[in-house]
Design a protein around this ligand. Structure first.
Ligand SMILES: *[C@@H]1O[C@H](CO)[C@@H](O)[C@H](O)[C@H]1NC(C)=O
Ligand SMILES: *[C@@H]1O[C@H](CO)[C@@H](O)[C@H](O)[C@H]1NC(C)=O
Length: 619
């Protein structure tokens, strides 16, 4: 059921006599009306009193514009269509991630680790339902406090997992009542991550980890990120770390990282390529990430090589030699030794080794491949296609790409040059115009992210932002990101948000430019669920996604249910599209119980904005 304060009252009151129950309800109503009335009106007044005349005019304009809309909405939420709301899922689906049902995969005969892989094709026809938050779910704290303290009721983690957490990136947590605290940068207890980052920097030949950016290291694929502390440190150095880890039913590294506001998604090194283009990352990092790199003819290492940009680094920290010390009879060479043997074959060089940390560098010179012996791993023939969970390959990818630019040669300026755009076949005018559009659009969007948008005194785009905590947005997903210009607008505005830039599989593949700008990005088929845990994004943005998908085979209803699954309670959805699909979107939004409002920003054309907020459903 929809969250209603009065529904929870009888539970609170328990077995008291009926008279006082009623009395309390009445008092409760009066109190609530008073509280809500004063708080909402006072916060609104304080935000707008200086421009009151202006506001009245704008209010009338919006009210006229949206009159029809509004009546519609009312009738939708109170009338017949209420019946069409999807039912709520049971408790067992609180942390539901579709496509990762290991027992179903095993039943289907998958083995050798593939049962842990993503298999959307095996998903059963299930009852459509709205995933509910756990009983003690609380809205996450704001960034950056939320990076260091999370609500333990929000993530699925067992006490044993705390106690058994022993590895370097995992031992950094404390439990305080209903909170989990991670050691902050200047925490009292020494946490090791800073030292580790400094060690890696020194191995690259830098004086300190603050020099990563100057050395061309901007994006880091962090495989198996523990509780995300290394990533949190990299974020503080203005790097873009992306955590990937396999699906875990409890104690998920991906769920924890996202809960802390750090970029992450579920991704496996098993049998398929990750949904990123060739030459994507400046560094791939594995600290005891549990992957056995030399199986499958080292195809896993070839996947790392595919993902690495020229001159990029692979950092491997393992304790394998220690654990093998317990078994003196089997004197196998350590994994790092075997990786080292293989690395020469693919033009990597072991740059440094300290303790248990090894650092290889991928060649910056593509001529290196032709100078190897003829028996070496061959270069791939079919170059540069969108990689969407393709099977792993046993050849070297990206070597002949026109995106072969060593990370050390990257220009220091943060902007995107025309020359760079040319490499991607993008017209500069088109790109810079798009950029301008999103600069303006962001100002409007951001100012709309307030519950006031649904009130009788709706907020006008461009009005000053209301006081916090209304626009609490850290994890943003741009579901149809094109060039990533919403992301760059957020960066320019100094918003403390990061963006998962998604390129739909059948759209023009502009993911490489997004990646080359140093942003997080991924290819995704929106007819399938996104590889993340429920409630992991604060805001979903979709420009022209509905129009794009209306020609595809998949159900919009399932798309909205999936959006609802990955959006946290009280999170926001902003869709811009043509009026027809927006109308349909509004109907679907109501069915997943979102507050929804259609806004005509420009007037005179058929573009509309659909602004929605997901309610906080409580049992
Ligand atoms: C996983 O698959 C098994 C076997 O098909 C099924 O019984 C179970 O309900 C599925 N679990 C979920 C969460 O869908
Ligand atoms: C990278 O920079 C070096 C040194 O400035 C230069 O010799 C090399 O040609 C550059 N490589 C590319 C691919 O631009």
């Amino acid at each position: 059921m929809r969250s209603s304060w009065y529904k929870s009252l009888p539970l609170v009151l328990g077995p008291r006599p009926r008279i006082s129950w009623l009395l309390l309800v009445v008092i409760g109503v009066v109190a609530l009306v008073t509280i809500l009335g004063t708080s909402s009106s006072s916060s609104y007044d304080s935000a707008t009193s200086k421009r009151l005349p202006n506001f009245h005019r704008n209010y009338r304009r919006i009210k006229e514009q949206a009159a029809v809309d509004y009546l519609d909405l009312r009738s939708l939420s109170f009338g017949a269509s209420r019946l069409k709301e999807f039912p709520l899922c049971g408790k067992e689906k609180e942390n539901y991630v579709p496509c990762y049902n290991v027992s179903a995969n095993m039943l289907a005969g998958l083995k050798d680790g593939e049962e842990f892989d993503r298999h959307c094709e095996l998903a059963r026809e299930e009852e459509r339902c709205v995933v509910r938050p756990p009983k003690d779910y609380k809205i996450p704290l704001r960034w950056p406090l939320g990076r260091d303290i999370i609500w333990s009721g929000n993530v699925k983690i067992t006490k044993d997992q705390f106690l058994s957490s022993g590895t370097m990136t995992k031992r950094l947590m404390l439990l305080e009542e209903n909170q989990i605290a991670f050691h902050s940068e200047d925490g009292l207890i020494f946490d090791g991550v800073k030292d580790y980052a400094r060690q890696v920097a020194e191995m690259i030949g830098l004086g300190s980890d603050t020099e990563f950016l100057e050395a061309g290291v901007r994006t880091v694929l962090d495989i198996g990120c523990g509780f995300g502390s290394f990533g949190a440190h990299l974020v503080s150095l203005k790097l873009m770390p992306i955590c990937i880890a396999e699906y875990e039913a409890t104690g998920s590294q991906v769920q924890l990282a996202l809960e802390r506001g750090l970029p992450a998604m579920i991704g496996n090194f098993i049998s398929k390529q990750l949904p990123y283009p060739d030459l994507s990352f400046d560094m791939v990092h594995c600290a005891q990430c549990g992957i056995i790199w030399d199986i499958k003819d080292a195809m896993l290492l070839l996947e790392v090589d595919r993902l690495l940009k020229p001159g990029g680094y692979f950092v491997l920290t393992s304790l394998t030699s220690q654990s093998q010390g317990n078994l003196p009879s089997t004197k196998k060479p350590s994994i790092s030794t075997r990786v080292e043997e293989f690395s020469k074959n693919i033009c990597w060089s072991l740059t440094a080794q300290q303790d248990e940390t090894f650092l290889w560098q991928k060649t910056a010179d593509s001529n290196c491949y032709s100078s190897r012996s003829p028996a070496s791993i061959p270069l791939c023939k079919d170059e540069d296609h969108a990689s969407y969970y393709r099977p792993l390959v046993s050849c070297i990818s990206g070597a002949t790409s026109n995106r072969w630019i060593p990370i050390q040669n990257r220009s220091a300026s943060s902007g995107t040059s025309s020359a760079e755009l040319e490499v991607h076949g993008i017209k500069p005018e088109e790109f810079y115009e798009d950029m301008q559009v999103w600069r303006l659009a962001l100002k409007n969007y951001w100012s709309l992210l307030t519950p006031l948008i649904f009130s009788d005194h709706p907020k006008r785009p461009g009005d000053e932002d209301p006081l916090p905590p209304f626009n609490m947005v850290r994890n943003v997903m741009d579901m149809n990101a094109r060039y990533g210009n919403l992301n760059s607008a957020l960066v320019e505005e100094g918003k403390s948000a990061w963006v998962m830039n998604v390129i739909p599989v059948n759209a023009r593949n502009t993911l490489p430019i997004i990646i080359d700008r140093g942003f997080a990005g991924v290819l995704h088929d929106w007819c399938e669920p996104f590889p993340t845990y429920p409630r992991t994004y604060d805001m979903l943005h979709a420009n022209e996604l509905l129009t794009h998908l209306s020609s595809e085979r998949c159900s919009m209803m399932d798309l909205f249910l999936e959006m609802d699954r990955i959006l946290r309670p009280e999170g926001w959805v902003v869709m811009s599209d043509k009026v027809g699909v927006i109308e349909m979107g509004r109907e679907l939004a109501t069915r997943v119980r979102w507050e929804a409002r259609v806004i005509d920003l420009q007037g005179g054309n058929d573009q509309r904005l659909l602004v929605c907020q997901k309610p906080f459903l409580k049992k």
